[in-house]
Design a protein around this ligand. Structure first.
Ligand code: PLP
Length: 387
C-alpha cells in the first residue's frame, strides 16, 4: 500500500515528540517550529492532555452528542472561561475545514442570502465549501464548480470593502493570514469590515483555526482589533494535538438553528472533549497567551538582529508566535537547510518561511533557529548567485 502524494516528502521518519522537540529514527533531535501546522502549540505530548485522554479512554471512547456525559459538562464549563465574548454556543467537529463548512451553512440559513465574500491569499481548508473561499487557484481550480457565488476582495484594503452589499450572507476573514504568507490584518481594516458587515446585515465569520487559542498573544486574535465576530471557527491547537475543531456563535444565531441542520458522527466525541478540556486548563494555568506575546516579540527581535542585513530578506513579521520571514525567492531551499540544521519549519505563500512554535520555545531555541535561518538564507543566496 502506498500513501497518496498530497504532501511533499520531508525525508524524515519521526518517532517521538516532547514539548517543542521531536526525534527521528536516527536519534536526532529537532526543534519543531512546524508543530504539525501549529497543532502542537501546547507542546508535543503535553502531560495534562495525555492524562485527560487516558482517563477518558478508560471511561468511554465514543458517544454521540445526543447523550450527555460528564466530560462534556466539564468542557463546557472550561470553555465558558475562554470563549469569544458573547459567543455562548459551541459545536465540535473534527477538522478546521468542517468548522468552515458549518459556518458557511449557518450564514446562509440565518441571512437567507447566498453570496460569500473572502479575501485574496486566504486559506480556509480543502473540502468543497472551505475550498470555495480559499484563494489559491492551484488548490481550487481543478475542482470547480464549488459553492457559488464567492467574491475575493483585497485583504487590508479599506476601499475594496465597498463591494460588500446587502446580498452578502457572510464575510470570512483570517485575523492573520497564515497559509497565505503570515500577513496580520490592519486594525482599521478589521474595524471597517465589522462596521460594513453590521450595516449590510452580513455575518462576520472570523476564522481562527490557525490564530486561535493563544497563538497570537491573545486567546483569540480578533481581540487585538477591538471588534467582535458573529461566528468564530477554531481548530488546530484547541485539542492539544487531538483532532478537533469548533464553531462558536451567539444566542441570537443559536436560537434560529434546528435539529437536523447539521451533524457529525465523530464531532464532539468524548476523547476530543477531554482533549479540549485539558487544553483549556493548560492555556490558563500556564498563561499561554501572555507567554506567546512575550516570546513572539523576543523571537522577532532576534530574527531581525540576525537576518535584517540580508538583501534577500524582504520583511520579518508576525503576531505572537505566528512568524514569517518573507524572502525574495522561493523558501523551499532555505526550509531544507533549516531542517539539516535540525529546525523544522514550513512554507507560507510563495516566498515565506513560517514558524509556528509551541509556546514552550526558549531564547536558546530562538537563537538556534535564527542562526539556522542565517545559514539557510546565506547558502540559498550563494547558490542563486552561482546559477
Ligand atoms: C488549517 C486551516 C484550516 C483548515 O483546517 P483543517 O483542519 O486542515 O481542515 C482552515 N482555516 C485556517 C485559517 C487554517 O489555517
Amino acid at each position: 500500500m502506498k500513501m497518496l502524494k498530497f504532501y511533499q516528502d520531508r525525508g524524515l521518519n519521526i518517532v517521538k515528540g516532547k514539548d517543542q522537540y521531536v526525534w527521528d529514527n536516527q536519534g536526532n533531535k529537532y526543534l519543531d517550529l512546524h508543530a504539525g501546522h501549529g497543532v502542537a502549540f501546547l507542546g508535543h505530548n503535553n502531560k495534562t492532555i495525555i492524562e485527560y485522554l487516558k482517563k477518558q479512554m478508560e471511561e468511554i471512547i465514543t458517544l454521540t452528542p445526543a447523550f450527555d456525559t460528564p466530560i462534556r459538562e466539564e468542557m463546557l464549563k472550561e470553555l465558558d472561561t475562554i470563549k469569544p465574548e458573547n459567543l455562548d454556543n459551541v459545536f465540535l467537529l473534527n477538522s478546521g475545514s468542517e468548522a468552515i463548512e458549518l459556518a458557511i451553512k449557518i450564514s446562509r440559513k440565518i441571512t437567507k442570502r447566498k453570496k460569500i465574500i473572502a479575501f485574496k491569499n486566504s486559506f480556509h481548508g480543502r473540502t468543497m465549501g472551505a475550498l470555495a473561499v480559499t484563494w489559491n487557484k492551484k488548490y481550487r481550480e481543478p475542482f470547480e464548480p464549488l459553492i457559488e457565488p464567492v467574491e475575493f476582495l483585497e485583504y487590508n484594503n479599506l476601499d475594496s470593502l465597498k463591494k460588500i452589499s446587502d446580498d452578502v450572507a457572510a464575510v470570512i476573514v483570517e485575523p492573520v493570514q497564515g497559509e497565505g504568507g503570515v500577513i496580520p490584518a490592519k486594525k482599521e481594516f478589521m474595524k471597517a469590515l465589522r462596521e460594513i458587515t453590521e450595516k449590510t446585515g452580513s455575518l462576520l465569520i472570523i476564522d481562527e483555526v490557525q490564530t486561535g487559542f493563544g497563538r497570537t498573544g491573545k486567546i483569540w486574535a480578533y481581540q487585538h482589533f477591538d471588534i467582535k465576530p458573529d461566528i468564530l471557527t477554531a481548530g488546530k491547537a484547541i485539542g492539544g494535538g487531538f483532532p478537533v475543531s469548533a464553531v462558536f456563535l451567539p444566542d441570537w444565531i443559536g436560537e434560529k438553528l434546528e435539529e437536523g441542520d447539521h451533524g457529525s458522527t465523530y464531532g464532539g466525541n468524548p476523547l476530543a472533549t477531554a482533549a479540549v478540556t485539558a487544553a483549556c486548563k493548560v492555556l490558563k494555568s500556564e498563561n499561554v497567551p501572555e507567554q506567546a506575546r512575550e516570546k513572539g516579540e523576543l523571537f522577532i527581535k532576534i530574527l531581525k538582529e540576525k537576518l535584517e542585513d540580508f538583501k534577500s530578506v524582504r520583511e520579518i513579521r508576525g503576531l505572537g508566535l505566528m512568524i514569517g520571514i518573507d524572502l525574495r525567492f522561493n523558501p523551499s531551499t532555505t526550509i531544507k537547510i533549516l531542517q539539516d540544521e535540525k529546525v523544522l519549519s514550513l512554507k507560507a505563500g510563495l516566498t515565506v518561511v513560517r514558524f509556528l512554535p509551541p509556546y514552550l520555545i526558549t531564547q536558546y531555541d530562538m537563537e538556534w533557529a535564527s542562526n539556522a535561518a542565517r545559514k539557510g538564507i546565506s547558502e540559498t543566496e550563494r547558490t542563486k548567485l552561482a546559477s
